[in-house]
Design a protein around this ligand. Structure first.
Ligand code: NOJ
Ligand code: CA
Length: 701
């Protein structure tokens, strides 16, 4: 039942100049807000009696008006809210939204300007945003040049971050400090075509760990009609300032007032587990806008995808002849290259495998025209989203999949031609529905068209939301790749099941992801929403396919199973080839069993970049599942099972690293054992270097 306690206190008084302060419901966080001598609004944040964020200024600069100084506080409103809501899918069946709010109304003269800054202080952190009513003294169209939000810290804290970039977030993470940041950023190579920012700029979500320690995740919530936020770091002052992704004219945003900015968010705790459990970013997003959500279904899927990464020289494109005959429109006149996995017979093989194993969906990449020179900046071919290649028989696959009870998942790679995608969108979605598809993976590899834009600029932020809203009109679920990183909008649009927006599992075939990579993503990237990380890799050595390819995934096999728990997503791939799952059927059983939607989650152990142990309860049964991972160092996870109800008996099936397992030298050494557990069990679970354990805890009747 939805519980709503709504209490409102109005303390509005014209000409308030004294410090305004509010505490979080528990009293552990204290927010101070004041106007300085310049008339700039400043805030500071204390945690458990110590300063966490020092006095930091707020404001925004546009060509038409300056919203950084000259203000007087014209009034303040406070509000206390304690309510719950039920996500359509997620880590928890019910989420509590409990905060104290302070809205500071600011006015300036010559010319007249007005702005409200709304702060929400939760037990797990702070969110604040700018609200611009229609102005009387200046234009209501603002050309934003800069946002001047500061986050000033108190010392040379540890930072977990990736470099600032207007176009990609597919980086490995640095664990550094304010003073170490220039060196850390210097070690990154520039991605081809990607627009790295200069200076000490980093992306959000990022994590700070103070000496105390206190952990702080900085990000944003409800990014709409505005560019993505990066942070410029002043390494001497331990200070950060917003750096909005510009368009290529250097403009950050074009606003039409009234306008509310996205929320700037700080998730705060001295217990690292609370950062993982926090629902603050979702709480700051609007409730679900989709009335009938019955068609939104969390799912597991397989796909021909990994065939293109294995080194088997498989291609998304149908033919190699196109480039010699550019302009050909009749693909039937071209010869297949014989290395094209998106062909009818192969896809049927995947459908059979999915049907045999209870996997909901099959994703097919490379089914449509346009892949010939798709990854080139000078691509001269446009993707068509209703034109299958000649070896992909849409009709018979539609009927075959339906007969087997498997859903085909469509793929729309746009090669970053977002403008053209918008023009094709209705036709593309109609084609999907006509052929029984109700989920799509989108992609934006390359430099954005229109060329005036970046992946993180305002135009692209709006484009992606437009795609999600149109998809909802057609009852289509979306998994977007290379889109601006998520900010919790999946609460408002729960058909947005997942995003990539970080360096995913595909990089295991392109240099590899070290084991620590998945020990930091849940503290950072995942705070915005689920990731299509593509777990489930059983054959971790790429030399298995191609002797010349030396890449190796930074993981043991057992750890891949644990990722279904530590990287929760309602759209979860089993990324490996069916033939590899057939080599290890007992381990594959876990992937078949593990749910993708949860009634409850308990973070048992956590330290960023080091280890995570989490337990989750299935929404459909009384069963619990546990996932534990470690970085390059072996460790023993201590799994306190007090989350189980008292007096009930359970059987735990443990999928673990066998003695001698190691991500590099012995990744496939796993074993499976069963033990009886109950609410008093404290399981000592060894994890190999780069290893993990996955446990199914089944209630005994
Ligand atoms: C990059 C995506 O991340 C990957 O999953 C996809 O297979 C390729 N682009 C092709 O669209
Ligand atoms: Ca990608």
């Amino acid at each position: 039942m939805r519980k709503l306690i709504f209490m409102m206190m109005l303390v509005s008084a014209l000409g308030v100049s004294a410090v305004s302060r509010i505490t979080s419901p528990s009293g552990e966080l204290l927010l101070n807000v004041d106007i300085d001598a310049d008339g700039s609004l400043c805030y500071s944040l204390d945690y458990k009696g110590s300063s966490l964020v020092k006095e930091s200024r707020l404001g925004l600069v546009s060509d038409e008006a300056d919203f950084t100084h000259g203000f007087k506080i014209a009034g303040t409103d406070t509000l206390s809210v304690d309510r719950t809501w039920k996500p359509i899918w997620g880590e928890y069946e019910t989420v509590r939204d409990n905060f104290r709010e302070l809205a500071v109304i600011l006015k300036a003269e010559k010319p007249d300007r007005e702005m409200t800054v709304r702060f929400r202080l939760f037990d797990d952190g702070l969110g604040f945003r700018y609200e611009f009513p229609a102005q009387r003294g200046s234009s209501n169209y603002l050309t934003v040049r800069d946002e001047k939000t500061e986050f000033n810290f108190t010392g040379d804290h540890t930072l977990f971050c990736i470099p600032g970039d207007y176009d990609t977030d597919e980086y490995l993470w640095s664990e550094t400090s304010f003073s170490g940041l220039p060196d850390a950023l210097g070690r990154y190579r520039r991605h081809s075509e990607a627009q790295r920012t200069g200076g000490n700029t980093i992306q959000t979500p990022m994590l700070i760990k103070t000496g105390a320690p206190v952990y702080v995740n900085i990000h944003e919530a409800a990014l709409k009609g505005y560019p993505a936020m990066l942070l410029d770091v002043d390494t001497d002052r331990h200070a950060m300032k917003t750096h909005l992704v510009p368009d290529k004219l250097g403009v950050r945003a074009y606003l039409h007032l009234p306008f509310e900015s996205p929320w700037r968010t700080l998730i705060v705790s001295d217990d690292a587990r609370d950062i993982l459990a926090s629902q603050l970013v979702l709480n700051l997003n609007e409730p679900c806008k989709i009335e009938d959500t019955s068609w939104i279904k969390p799912m597991k899927f397989i796909g021909v995808w990994w065939e293109m990464f294995t080194g088997k020289k498989k291609t998304w494109a149908y033919s190699d002849e196109y480039l010699a005959k550019p302009g050909v429109t009749d693909y039937a006149s071209l010869k297949s290259n014989g290395r094209h996995p998106a062909n009818t017979a192969n896809v049927m093989r995947y459908i059979d495998f999915a049907a045999r194993n209870g996997i909901d969906g099959v994703l097919v990449e490379g089914w449509n025209e346009g892949w010939e020179d798709w990854a080139s900046y000078r691509k001269n071919r446009q993707f068509l989203f209703d034109k299958p290649y000649p070896d992909f028989d849409v009709d018979s696959l539609r009927d075959y999949a339906a007969a087997k009870g498997v859903k085909l998942i469509m793929h729309h790679e746009t090669a970053a031609n977002a403008a053209d995608y918008e023009l094709q969108l209705d036709r593309a979605f109609k084609f999907m529905k006509d052929n029984n598809y109700d989920a799509v993976k989108t992609g934006y590899v390359g430099a954005i068209i229109p060329r005036s834009e970046h992946h993180g600029s305002q135009w692209m932020v709006d484009h992606v939301r437009h795609v999600i809203e149109r998809a909802a009109d057609y009852e289509i679920m979306v998994d977007s790749h290379e889109a601006p990183r998520p900010t919790g909008l999946c609460r408002t649009y729960p058909n947005w099941l997942a995003q990539e927006s970080a360096r995913g599992g595909e990089f295991e075939s392109m240099g590899g992801n070290p084991p620590s990579h998945t020990c930091i993503l849940p503290f950072t990237r995942l705070k915005g929403g689920p990731m299509d990380y593509t777990p489930g890799l059983f054959e971790t050595r790429l030399s298995y396919y191609d002797e010349g390819k030396n890449d190796q995934a930074g993981t043991t096999l057992a750890r891949q199973l644990a990722l279904y728990l530590t990287m929760p997503s309602p759209m979860q791939m089993a990324c490996d080839l069916p033939e590899n799952y057939e080599r290890f059927p007992d381990a594959f059983q876990f992937i078949k069993d593990v749910p993708v939607d949860w009634a409850d989650s308990r973070y048992i152990e956590a330290e960023p970049n080091r280890y995570i142990t989490v337990a989750r309860r299935d929404k459909e049964s009384d069963d619990w599942y546990v996932g534990a991972i470690t970085d390059e160092s072996p460790r023993t996870a201590v799994i306190d099972m007090s989350f189980l109800p008292k007096g009930k008996k359970y059987e735990a099936t443990i999928y673990e690293d066998a003695p001698g397992a190691h991500w590099k030298d012995n990744p496939q050494a796993y074993r499976i054992r069963k033990v009886k557990v109950d609410n008093k069990t404290r399981l000592k679970q060894p994890l190999a270097a780069g290893g993990g354990a996955a446990i199914r805890i089944k209630k005994l009747h």
